[in-house]
Design a protein around this ligand. Structure first.
Ligand code: TPP
Ligand code: MG
Length: 414
């Protein structure tokens, strides 16, 4: 006989909901933010068991007054920081121009970084030549801060005759081995398994180069995320695993993918990984935590999981309209501020920058972006000018072209 309660309760699921929807008043009071400078900086060879608390706090350097405080401060010179500020401003100007170009029909699609500029720009500063990133579509700062030519990025965005990838990728899915930027895969989550595999191969070859994997908050729900952590943890692969928690995965809020784990960083604890949470809008904090994790990987101390707490100010992509699912003023209420303004204020406080210098830099940067755009447009845009040749489609994929592709190329007459 099957045992049965007299009044069985109907089963139900818990479906997390964001605190506020369109029309409501944005409320981030539930986001717990540690004061700048208050989180300790453990030794790089710390035992992961002893630093589990770092997965639940937020490492911050810049305080509300614009001062750099606490044990994670002091790694970068004022000149380094001024350069970092220019990288973030360049990424922002690049985004604004490319967004406009999409509206003008010069490209089919664009994805911007507004609010998240510090994450990829500051991380790039901590890498060494030869290290390899496995990025998503929201880390173009790795290229901008690494000196990759903007005109090459634009040629790809415009799908023109000088597109370095010859029309074989989506507009913003860049690839540059020389710049440590692995071809972006549209299949989310793959970056984590690939980064761990690449890092393991580097160690197997007794190489010294390390890998960095990138994933968004929403994509951590993919199986690949967990498989990557298992391999990284078991073999102590020389890899830094980055989760960019920008609060949204298109229209799905971060609470869905995070589930009951409290924070995304806490996911790493079950795998025995050192797991750090950092203010993603604080250039200094991002750079300091990235340097800590990269040193750990380089010294064969194993992988680190980092959660960058940030906010996606813009739409997910040019195909998205966030007003359908979140209050329009939500980004203004984001308690960690704007990464560009925060670094600008810090440099002003240190006497290395000023409002006038900032305006001047903005104008210079815009000029540089516009002249790169003019140059790219000379090679064509989506519906005008030169295109990659059809023949290119068949090349650069196989060392030896399989017979069926050779036949197709003959049929196409190229
Ligand atoms: C495996 C897979 N599933 C779904 C998609 C469709 N998709 C593209 S972007 C996106 C949201 C990702 O959000 P998140 O990981 O938080 O990154 P963000 O866009 O916020 O940077 C989804 C679901 C995809 N590209 N790949
Ligand atoms: Mg996201």
């Amino acid at each position: 006989m099957t045992p049965q309660a007299d009044n069985p309760a109907p089963l139900r699921l818990h479906v997390p909901e964001p605190e506020v929807r369109p029309g409501g008043t944005p409320d981030f009071s539930s986001v717990k933010i540690a004061p700048a400078g208050s989180v300790r900086r453990p030794e790089v060879d710390a035992n992961p068991e002893d630093i589990r608390d770092l997965a639940y706090s937020i490492i911050r350097v810049l305080n509300r007054e614009g001062e750099a405080v606490g044990p994670w401060a002091g790694l970068l010179s004022d000149d380094d920081l001024a350069e970092g500020l220019k990288h973030m401003m360049t990424l922002r100007a690049f985004d604004a121009r490319m967004l406009m170009a999409q509206r003008q029909g010069k490209t089919s699609f664009y994805m911007q970084h507004m609010g998240e500029e510090a994450v990829s720009c500051a991380f790039r500063r901590a890498l060494l030549p030869g290290d390899m990133n496995f990025p998503t579509y929201r880390q173009a700062g790795l290229l901008i801060a690494g000196g990759y030519p903007m005109v090459d990025m634009m040629n790809q965005i415009f799908s023109n005759e000088s597109d370095p990838l010859k029309g074989r990728q989506l507009p913003i899915m860049y690839s540059s081995k020389e710049h440590g930027f692995f071809s972006i895969s549209g299949n989310l989550g793959t970056q984590f398994v690939q980064a761990v595999g690449w890092a393991m191969a580097s160690a197997i070859k007794n190489d010294t180069r390390i890998a960095a994997g990138w994933i968004g908050d929403g994509s951590t729900a993919e199986s690949d995320f967990h498989a990557a952590l298992a391999f990284a943890s078991t073999y102590r692969a020389p890899v830094v695993l980055n989760i960019v928690n920008n609060q949204w995965a298109i229209s799905t809020f971060q609470g869905i993918a995070r589930g009951g784990s409290g924070t995304f960083a806490a996911r790493g604890l079950g795998f025995g990984l050192p797991s750090l949470r950092v203010d993603g809008n604080d250039y200094l904090a991002v750079h300091a935590v990235a340097s800590w994790a990269l040193e750990r990987a380089r010294r064969n101390l194993g992988p680190t999981l980092i959660e960058y707490v940030t906010y996606r100010v813009g739409a997910h992509s040019t195909s998205d309209d966030p007003s359908a699912y979140r209050p329009k003023t939500e980004s203004d209420a984001w308690p960690l501020g704007d990464p560009v303004i925060r670094l600008k204020n810090h440099l002003i406080l240190r006497g290395r920058w000023s409002e006038e210098r900032h305006k001047q830099a903005e104008a210079e940067i815009l000029d540089t972006v516009i002249s790169a755009q003019k140059e790219a447009e000379r090679h064509g845009t989506l519906h005008a000018g030169g295109k990659p040749s059809v023949r290119d489609m068949f090349e650069g994929v196989y060392a030896e072209m399989p017979p069926h592709l050779r036949r197709q190329r003959q049929q196409a007459g190229v």
